[in-house]
Design a protein around this ligand. Structure first.
Ligand code: HEC
Ligand code: HEC
Length: 389
């Protein structure tokens, strides 16, 4: 490893809040770490993320990635950019249940918010094989079923030629990848976009200020909600823990073999005695073919969750209140229609979703706590905004 730092993770329980291991052999923070924190805007209470060594970020890569993220020339028919489904004021989600791609085809999944995405142990709602953002980005760019940006083999040369014909991009590609042959390539685009996505960092919510010692950063109601969230009645913290409020967490110190690469079935559906989810999306099962993985999805980070509605992998829950009702019931009941079934009885549902009785006051408090995770700065940071405007 090219730099050494002390590991500091905040765990979701009150008791372990400041479980930072300040080791006795604490080393001086190296130049590299200081540079990386400055470049990616990483606050001191976050660990250094796991970044593939072949794509360490530079200011030039980030600048190129930011332009590409907002550029519709990156879709085969010049109609969509990454921003079409990942909008800054919605914490880089898009406000619809399931978006459509560049050909108008609807995707099966909800667009994920991208804030602090780099700390997830795996990428997308359910893929244990995507361990870096670079792995995931092949999908929106190249996929043909369903189409997102539609830059398939057939269109790749045409799309790359657009960037090679624009002198501003020629310069940006040369600055970002000084060692390689000139010109655009899909790999360079992926590396630059991943570098930009790593700068979408949020660490200045009221919750962060509270963690860092400002007792007034949370209201009394939010503090009550925080305690409930971390208590054995609501049980949220079992799956939404640590600085990023998810067990799907990884930083550069995490041994990939030990990464808590976890997926859970929360009882959102129950279409058969085998615990089936709707056939178009059964989560991890669709990759592993292991029937025990049906309905298994990644616990999403809850940072900025108040602005990323609708919720869950298919956007099928409209509000945070309804999400909590789903957990309180111990699984969702769908009374009629093609998805009818009682999620509470799903045989694959996690034991951590048993259901609970909560008062309206308690539910209001947990919602207020979730709202304290909103970081206005990331929603408005000019460095993350559309550079063409
Ligand atoms: C048509 C809508 C759409 C477009 C365009 C799109 N995305 Fe996404 N994005 C999604 C959806 C839906 C998911 C969840 C995919 C899944 O779970 O399989 C996602 C997931 C992601 C993730 C994974 C986040 C995580 O926490 O695991 C990243 C990173 C991402 N998108 C970045 C991008 C970038 C960069 C672009 C532009 C090249 C882009 N997306 C274009 C809809 C879109
Ligand atoms: C057993 C693990 C587990 C527990 C316990 C749990 N969650 Fe989740 N949470 C998940 C998973 C997995 C998802 C994604 C599920 C899906 O999309 O099918 C999720 C999704 C969510 C979402 C939607 C996020 C988004 O961006 O769409 C919210 C909000 C949420 N959980 C809040 C809570 C709250 C509040 C509690 C406590 C009442 C809680 N969770 C308890 C695992 C869990």
């Amino acid at each position: 490893m090219f730099f050494k730092i002390t590991k500091c993770m905040l765990f979701g329980t009150l008791l372990m809040l400041f479980g930072c291991e300040k080791s006795s052999t604490q080393v001086d923070v190296t130049q590299t770490e200081v540079e990386l924190r400055a470049l990616l805007n990483i606050p001191d209470h976050f660990a250094i993320p796991a970044i593939p060594e072949e794509n360490m970020p530079t200011a030039a890569k980030i600048e190129l990635g930011r332009h590409l993220f907002y550029d519709t020339r990156l879709s085969f028919n010049n109609t969509m950019s990454c921003e079409s489904c990942h909008e800054q004021d919605k914490a880089f989600s898009d406000g619809v249940a399931r978006p459509v791609g560049a050909t108008g085809e609807q995707l099966v999944r909800n667009s994920q918010g991208l804030v602090n995405a780099m700390y997830h142990a795996s990428f997308t709602w359910a893929n244990n094989g995507f361990t870096h953002i670079e792995d995931q980005l092949e999908v929106p760019i190249r996929a043909d079923n369903p189409v997102e940006l539609g830059v398939t083999e057939v269109y790749a040369d045409e799309v790359l030629a657009r960037f090679d014909a624009d002198p501003a991009y020629v310069q940006m590609f040369a600055d970002a990848f000084p060692e390689s042959e000139t010109g655009a390539s899909v790999n360079k685009i992926i590396f630059a976009l991943a570098s930009f996505v790593r700068t979408i960092v949020s660490g200045d919510s009221p919750f962060d200020r509270f963690l860092l010692g400002d007792d007034n950063a949370l209201t009394d109601q939010q503090k009550q909600g925080f305690v409930l969230f971390n208590g054995e009645k609501f049980e949220c913290f079992h799956c939404h823990t640590g600085t990023q409020l998810t067990t799907s967490y990884r930083d550069y110190n995490t041994d990939p073999a030990n990464a808590q690469n976890q997926f859970f079935n929360t009882g959102l559906y129950n279409l058969s005695s085998e615990g089936d989810y709707p056939a178009e999306d059964q989560g991890l099962f669709d990759l592993t073919n292991n029937p025990a993985d049906k309905g298994f999805f990644r616990p999403q980070s809850l940072r900025n969750v108040a602005v990323t509605a609708p919720y869950m992998h298919d956007g099928s829950i409209a509000t945070l209140r309804e999400v909590i009702a789903h957990y309180a019931r111990g699984g969702r009941l769908i009374e009629s229609g093609p998805y009818a079934g009682d999620g509470r009885l799903n045989p694959l549902k996690s034991d951590l979703v048993p259901g609970f009785n909560a008062t309206d006051e308690e539910i209001d408090a947990v919602i207020a706590f979730l709202e304290s995770l909103t970081d206005e700065s990331v929603l408005t940071n000019p460095a993350l905004s559309n550079p063409f405007e």
